[in-house]
Design a protein around this ligand. Structure first.
Ligand code: SF4
Length: 249
């Protein structure tokens, strides 16, 4: 990490939310950052290009598995032209363990070819250029920008989308809309931190079946179907006698 000084990629005009949601969003982030002090990229990389390749491989795969593969891969393939020197089948074998290996190998080779042809073999450090690359969408571009270039960016994956919805930070379903809402809630300096805190919270606690009983932001969350700890006894409903009882004089 740490290739260039931070600069802002503000993109389209951001809507201005009311002060209350913004204050709650910041309190949520403070608590999540405290709960997950290990927030930050979970993919291993040593350059923007390695992070781009690792992020392509991480689609539908666990980061731990991707890291196992890239530890070997990055010793063999150091630059975009290395991926084009081997036969497609060889690269497919080298990334096989990450799943969807044919498609991923195709994407890496096409992306490498485009980097050489249009960008002198270097990964560009701006959103507009990144999303022009073969197989690179806003999520991948934001991960590369935020973590390899330190350009403020919010990446919306399924965890961020789920958590942002439950916390009432966004009512939208499509990632671009959720990203826009989160950018409006947080200052740019917090965009990368917010991304990772929401990702880790979605992986560890606010899972598809949420673990609200151990959630560090439960008191700040409006989600109406909060879960109780397994085995926890439901709060007893008052009996008719108890409900109608009058305090003794
Ligand atoms: S209280 Fe439950 S739904 Fe709300 S953020 Fe925490 S785990 Fe998710």
């Amino acid at each position: 990490m740490g290739f260039r000084r931070a600069r802002t990629d503000t993109g389209a005009r951001r809507p201005t939310p009311r002060p209350e949601p913004r204050g709650r969003a910041r309190r949520v982030l403070t608590r999540l950052a405290k709960a997950y002090p290990d927030w930050g990229p979970t993919l291993e990389f040593g350059s923007p290009f390695e992070l781009l390749v690792a992020t392509i491989l991480a689609a539908q795969a666990r980061d731990e598995r991707v890291n196992q593969v890239t530890r070997r891969l990055f010793r063999k393939y150091r630059a975009p032209d290395d991926y084009l020197k081997v036969a497609a089948e060889e690269l497919e074998r080298d990334v096989h363990e990450t799943g969807f290996y044919r498609q991923k190998a195709r994407t890496i080779r096409a992306c490498s070819e485009q980097l050489l042809r249009e960008f002198g073999g270097e990964v560009p450090g701006d959103m507009q250029s990144l999303v022009r690359l073969h197989g690179v969408g806003r999520k991948t571009a934001s991960i590369v920008l935020g973590n390899a270039f330190e350009v403020p960016a919010i990446a919306v994956d399924r965890h961020v989308a789920r958590v942002a919805g439950r916390l009432g930070f966004s009512r939208r379903a499509e990632p671009d809309g959720i990203e826009e809402d989160l950018r409006a809630l947080y200052p740019p300096k917090d965009w990368v931190k917010a991304t990772w805190c929401l990702v880790l919270h979605g992986r560890r606690v606010c899972q598809p079946t949420p673990r609200c009983f151990e959630c560090p932001v439960s008191a700040l969350c409006p989600y109406p179907k909060k879960t109780k700890a397994p085995g926890a006894r439901a709060t007893p409903r008052p009996t008719r006698r108890a409900a109608s009882a009058r305090p003794a004089r």
